[in-house]
Design a protein around this ligand. Structure first.
Ligand code: PHE
Length: 408
């Protein structure tokens, strides 16, 4: 075992005295909850992407935003901080705040880390969605891995002023201007105001799409090293103001260094968990990492806009048991009959019954079904004896299982 190397997502990285990534964190790499089918975070991602596609399209109706939702979370310190003008001594760089793989490599602390490289590639409108990593407090709303969506939109002067008559006199930039609360030194106030207007309209529209058109909101002045001016959007939900996103006019220096100096840009970043917890009434952030079907199946709907309210599942563990049998040949069989029987016997200890496997015998053409039965007691852990009692009772009662299959 080579201890001076660490393998993450099939790549090897040298360790050094900056390495502070734990096994628990490593185990989260590649889970990609935000693109797992039917996962609540995936529904939220899809809703955000759909909204942005709808808002920004070209003359023939095609979306102009590109979406990147599978970029590796392993980035350089330069990408995560330097490219975004985060000062050398900024607290967010501390070892106690992020997960360093080594001195130069880090698990991204925000999806904003990819902004400048995507701009350098020539992209003007894009979304980045992915997992981000931060050392943080432990409570019901904080977890060291969470998910963000970032957006960037860069515009030429022609685009910014397209709806303005006699726009010839309007400029994006101003020479030797002063930085004020309203704008960066290099920007002309008229271009900043139009971009700010589009940014805020876009984000209020997003909040209304997610929370409903009646949602109360407010803008709060904020500071980010990579935008100026900067704001946070707060919405009033369940009797409190919650911050849902950060945004601003991009620092022109970032655009210049990435080869887009002739444009002006806005950007925003938001966390998916917080939105999902509000929208679905999910009480604890750890639930997103659950493999428990009692959690996951509540979100198993095709439509990402479906109004789902999470119903708490028991804190006691699930116990699973498989049963398989040949289906009757002479009379019709419906899985529902079997489900009924399971409920009869297991009462409300049964949480789910899943058809796990179907098999047709190559010669006799007889069909067999294999079901997984998931039990869970709401007040205590089920004992092994009780489980055995249920499955024996089920085997005896199941008319179809008289010809049992020992092993398929
Ligand atoms: N990266 C910021 C955060 O994680 C959010 C943000 C993105 C703010 C883009 C402004 C512009 O909080």
């Amino acid at each position: 075992v080579k201890n001076n190397e660490i393998t993450l997502l099939d790549h090897k990285f040298p360790r050094d005295n900056w390495t502070n990534i734990s096994e628990n964190i490593i185990s989260k790499l590649g889970r990609n909850l935000h693109i797992s089918p039917y996962h609540p975070l995936s529904h939220i991602r899809q809703r955000i992407v759909n909204y942005i596609y709808m808002q920004f399209h070209n003359r023939i109706g095609n979306p102009i935003f590109s979406v990147f939702d599978n970029i590796s979370p392993i980035v350089t310190v330069a990408q995560n901080f330097d490219s975004l003008l985060v000062p050398e001594n900024h607290p967010s760089r501390k070892k106690s705040d992020c997960y360093y793989i080594n001195q130069n490599t880090i698990l991204r602390a925000h999806t904003t880390a990819h902004q400048s490289e995507l701009i350098s590639m020539g992209l003007n409108n894009f979304l980045i969605v992915g997992d981000v990593y931060r050392k943080d407090e432990i409570d019901s709303t904080h977890y060291p891995v969470f998910h963000q969506a970032d957006a960037v939109r860069l515009c030429t002067a022609e685009e910014v002023f397209q709806n303005v008559d006699n726009s010839n006199e309007l400029k994006l930039f101003e020479h030797r201007g002063m930085e004020t609360d309203e704008k960066q030194g290099c920007h002309a106030l008229e271009s900043v105001k139009i971009m700010e207007h589009e940014l805020k309209n876009t984000l209020v529209g997003l909040a209304q799409t997610l929370f409903g058109s009646e949602i109360q909101y407010r803008w709060v002045q904020q500071y980010f090293p990579f935008t100026h001016p900067s704001w946070e959007l707060e919405v009033y939900y369940n009797d409190q103001w919650i911050e849902i996103l950060g945004c601003g006019i991009m620092r022109q220096e970032i655009l210049q260094k990435s080869g887009a100096g002739e444009r002006i840009g806005w950007a925003f970043g938001l966390g998916l968990e917080r939105l999902a917890m509000c929208l679905y009434d999910i009480p604890n952030i750890r639930l997103f990492w659950s493999n428990d079907t009692g959690f996951l199946n509540q979100f198993k709907v095709k439509d990402p806009n479906a109004a789902i309210k999470y119903k708490p599942i028991s804190v006691y563990p699930q116990c699973k048991n498989d049963i398989s049998f040949w289906l009757p040949e002479n009379k019709s069989y419906s899985s529902n009959d079997f489900y009924d029987l399971v409920r009869d016997i297991g009462e409300d200890r049964v949480e789910q019954v899943l058809l796990k496997d179907e098999y047709t015998h190559p010669e006799t053409k007889k069909i067999s079904h294999c079901y997984t039965i998931v039990y869970r007691h709401m007040e205590r852990t089920l004992s092994k004896r009780e489980l055995e009692k249920y499955s024996r009772a089920l085997e005896n009662a199941n008319a179809f299982s008289k010809e049992r299959i020992s092993e398929i």
